[in-house]
Design a protein around this ligand. Structure first.
Ligand code: UGA
Length: 434
């Protein structure tokens, strides 16, 4: 099939590349000339495991092209994916100006039937808005389809190539057939392509992310209670996760959810409920709990250092909002750094991928290490903020030697409690005994 992808951000690039991988002819279009040039030369602008291989393979096979010219990109395309940003507007609702602007531009260019697919996370009713904008600007036949993405950063290629499910919202028969054919190679193992109307599909995306965020906030509250009653959240997690109705995934307590999706989507769903005069009470609590949880490590530090944090020096392992990404958007690390600096502490950080982005944001407010151990020297404590695999089995002897005192505050519960006691560490983690 011939496909156009409008927008080469994270979602657009993964979508375009993975669609080319099954033999489709894909043209990605972006207004950023420098970025397009870079991609034409084979440089991948984002870090995502597994993407580079597919990106290069499909570029060299000429199945994946990049352009600044929208008209060129969509001329032959049967399906046009919109993968454009929908940033939160001032009031928390998603800003649709990019999506609707692109719809208008596309409408003015089309000469034959096209399927326009909204891949960005968009509020309920957006397909109708895109349809209205298209209708105002063309009399050519088209269908607007909602096809939300469920990609996780860090495993996005795997998620795209072998999705648990594909959700397609359309009431247009021709579009339904085309979308079914397009996704057939990705669901060969029998995972479902679930067809529904546009509005249900749009809501499915928000409901999925908000439900997952709810699981996390719930477990974070369970963890906080565990600390008060002397229980261990890891045991409770395993105990409840073994019940099939609950499931054992996404039950890890920590220092709050971050990233470009959960915070934005929970807020947008709450906002959308409010606009419809519905008080979605759970969502407000989910957000409130998350705000508190992002600072839980700092609260623990304040409690431990009775004389305050002024003049203390901390080493921090992890900056990215989760492992296997360089993404620091809404990363708990940023909130922790901000609080610690306000308290008068100094911080040295190390993250395998996230340092460049943090440096661009914070400059020399903190110091950056070349490796995990280099920042431990003279630190009062080690703070673990992102659960990178490389931090899971560190050299504890080296840590003991380098740190000023054997103190670890772990926001991701990486280590065995008994082991840490045996090694003589003061080890404070989330929802477990100290
Ligand atoms: C999330 C969803 O998982 C994807 O399905 C969705 O497509 C994507 O948002 C999106 O809307 O684009 P992502 O933001 O990449 O993906 O990251 P997740 O792996 O879902 O993690 C989100 C946050 O939850 C992270 O801060 C992570 O540390 C936290 N988390 C996750 C926990 O605190 N506990 C858990 O058990 C799992």
């Amino acid at each position: 099939m011939k496909i156009a992808v409008v927008g080469t951000g994270y979602v657009g690039l993964v979508t375009g590349t993975c669609l080319a991988e099954t033999g489709n002819q894909v043209t990605c279009v972006d207004i950023n000339e420098q970025k397009v040039k870079m991609m034409q030369e084979g440089q991948l602008p984002i870090y995502e495991p597994g993407l580079e291989l597919l990106f290069h393979r499909n570029i060299s096979q000429k199945r994946l092209l990049f352009t600044n010219n929208l008209a060129d990109a969509i001329a032959d395309a049967q399906i046009i994916f919109l993968a454009l940003p929908t940033p939160p507007g001032g009031d928390g609702s998603a800003d649709l100006s990019y999506v609707l602007g692109a719809a208008k531009d596309i409408a003015k260019l089309v000469t034959d039937y096209k399927v326009i697919v909204t891949k960005s996370t968009v509020p309920v009713g957006t397909a109708d808005k895109v349809t209205a904008v298209m209708n105002e600007n063309t009399s050519v036949e088209f269908a607007v389809v909602s096809n939300p993405e469920f990609l996780r950063e860090g495993v996005a290629v795997e998620d795209f190539m072998k999705p648990d499910r594909v959700v397609v919202g359309t009431t247009d028969e021709r579009a339904r057939k085309l979308m079914g054919e397009l996704y057939a190679p990705y669901v060969r193992q029998g995972n479902p392509v679930i067809f529904m109307d546009e509005r249900s599909s749009e809501l499915t995306k928000y409901a999925a992310n908000s439900f997952l965020a709810t699981k996390i906030s719930f477990m974070n509250e369970v963890a906080n209670l565990c600390e008060l009653v002397g229980a261990d959240v890891d045991m409770v997690r395993r105990g409840i996760g073994a019940d099939n109705r609950i499931g054992n995934r996404f039950l890890f307590s920590g220092i709050g959810y971050g990233g470009s999706c959960f915070p934005k989507d929970v807020q947008a769903l709450a906002k959308s409920a409010e606009e419809n005069k519905y008080d979605f009470k759970i969502l407000n609590s989910v957000m409130e709990v998350n705000e508190i949880q992002k600072k839980v490590l700092v609260q623990k530090l304040k409690k431990y250092y009775k004389d305050g944090l002024k003049g203390k020096h901390f080493a921090m392992w992890g900056l990215a909002f989760k492992p296997e990404t360089d993404d620091i958007r809404e990363a708990p690390a940023l909130y922790i750094i901000d609080e610690l600096l306000k308290e008068g502490a100094t911080i040295s950080v190390f993250d395998p991928e996230g340092m460049k982005n943090v440096k661009a944001l914070l400059g020399d407010k903190i110091t950056y290490g070349a490796d995990a151990y280099g920042i431990l020297n003279d630190a009062d404590a080690l703070l673990i903020v992102t659960e990178w695999s490389a931090f899971r089995t560190p050299d504890f002897d080296k840590i003991s030697e380098l740190l000023k005192s054997k103190v670890i505050f772990d926001g991701r519960n990486l280590y065995d409690l008994q082991k840490m006691i045996d090694l003589g560490f003061y080890y404070n983690s989330i929802g477990r005994k100290i």
